[in-house]
Design a protein around this ligand. Structure first.
Ligand SMILES: O=P(O)(O)O[C@H]1O[C@H](CO)[C@@H](O)[C@H]1O
Ligand SMILES: [Mn+2]
Ligand SMILES: [Mn+2]
Length: 413
């Protein structure tokens, strides 16, 4: 039984890529800086000491990270002598460092065009767009209209939103139009309606995603975003490996926000879950029963949304350590001919200025019980993952990426 499982640790970069200069991200390193803060005792909130990731280390994470960071070993950590997975790191071909670009490229479809962005930090949206939105959505006005951190803007404007019924609209360094509304006072379905309207309106600006950001709580001190976030993405520009597998009668099982990111194209089954623990539990349950020729695809969003964008180093470290404690369950859940891939979609260095993503290499760790673990080195596109999936599941080749399957010799051969 041949299956592939892709685990995206959203935002888990392992070192700035060569083109980071174009993004102002030279020196960014999500893992490297988390390890450094931990080793220096600067991330001792609800955890303590050096970053402890024994299972990811066994898989070759630190070997990959060291290669990705010009030979610098993440502080307080050590490379494995003989990693049990094939390990490497990949640079991104896509022009942006956003979530859809990263995921689509993983699926063999890099984004070679430029997304539209709302560059202005305040009064970010064109007047005509705001007016059209107000008219079509029939709201009394909007709040925000700026670049913002999604949690900070709730503290600033959440109460006014509840009083006025005006939705909070904001953007970021990503190609996004985000709408935050209170689930109870404004209503979740109404928020989704607004997002559907916005999706139509921002198409002409070439915006990648409209995102519903619902929240709850009585006042600024208690506002909390809920798991009812919804991402409305445009369709990938060409067929992803997900679509190819679906068309070849394979199963493509989305866990978390994967289906949203691919605009629900090429998916045969979807499961939502909130939080790392629930996403992990769901992944294990799905792998337990997934058929031959399945792709089980999970996005662990919390690394990015709860810790990376929040610039919460200790929180990110604790989340990684938690994830690591669950890995043995995953390693024993996979069959002898399953490929279990751990990777990321971009960086989001929690020690970096601002609150945006960082242009980084992603880890590529490929665990397969029946294959020789090898050093996969630098991969020139995230699309190497998609091409490998196509190769492994006998699908038509992707236009981008180089399969690394041939480097991983079958042990039983
Ligand atoms: O600050 P929050 O609302 O988490 O928003 C972040 O999440 C968006 C989508 O991943 C990014 O573009 C960034 O703006
Ligand atoms: Mn992401
Ligand atoms: Mn993000």
């Amino acid at each position: 039984m041949k299956r592939v499982h892709i685990m995206v640790l959203d935002s888990f970069g392992i070192g700035a890529s060569q083109d980071a200069v174009k993004f102002g991200d030279v020196g960014a390193n999500t893992l490297g800086h988390i390890a450094q803060y931990c080793a220096q005792g600067k991330a001792d909130i609800k955890r303590s000491g050096p970053l402890t990731l024994p299972n990811l280390t066994r898989l070759g994470l630190i070997n990959a990270a060291t290669q990705s960071s010009q030979g610098e070993v993440p502080q307080g950590m050590a490379q494995a002598n003989q990693p049990i997975a094939s390990y490497g790191y990949a640079e991104e071909l896509s022009s942006g460092k956003d979530t859809p670009s990263g995921h689509w490229e993983i699926a063999g479809v890099p984004v070679l065009f430029e997304w539209g962005y709302f560059h202005d930090k305040t009064q970010s949206f064109p007047d005509s767009l705001v007016q059209d939105f107000i008219d079509r959505a029939q709201v009394p006005g909007i709040l925000g209209n700026c670049h913002a951190s999604g949690t900070e803007i709730l503290s600033e404007l959440g109460e006014e939103h509840m009083r006025s019924g005006k939705p909070i609209i904001y953007t970021s360094g990503d190609s996004v139009f985000q709408i935050a509304c209170h689930e109870d006072s404004f209503g979740l379905e109404r928020l989704y309606e607004l997002c559907a309207i916005a999706r139509e309106l921002v198409n002409e600006y070439n915006i990648g995603r409209v995102i519903a950001r619902p929240f709850i709580g009585a006042d600024a001190a208690h506002f909390e975003r809920t798991g009812n976030r919804k991402d409305l993405a445009v369709a990938p520009p060409s067929k992803t490996v997900l679509q190819k597998l679906k068309e070849a009668d394979g199963e493509v099982i989305s866990i978390g926000k994967i289906a949203d990111i691919y605009a629900h194209i090429g998916i045969t089954e979807k499961h939502k879950a909130n939080g790392l623990a629930a996403l992990f539990d769901k992944t294990l349950a799905v792998i337990d029963t997934a058929a031959d020729r399945s792709l089980v695809f999970t996005n662990f969003v919390d690394f990015d949304s709860s810790y990376g964008h929040r610039r919460d180093v200790a929180g990110y470290a604790a989340a990684l350590e938690y994830f690591d404690t669950r890995l043995p369950e995953l390693l024993s859940a996979v069959g002898p001919d399953d490929l279990l891939i751990f990777t990321a979609d971009h960086g989001c260095d929690p020690s970096w200025p601002g609150s945006d993503h960082t242009r980084e290499h992603i880890p590529v760790l490929v665990y397969c019980k029946n294959r020789e673990p090898v050093n996969l080195g630098l991969r020139h596109s995230f699309a190497d993952i998609g091409q490998t999936v196509a190769d492994y599941l006998d699908l038509e080749a992707m236009d981008y990426g180089t399969s690394f399957l041939g480097q991983m010799t079958p042990l039983s051969a």
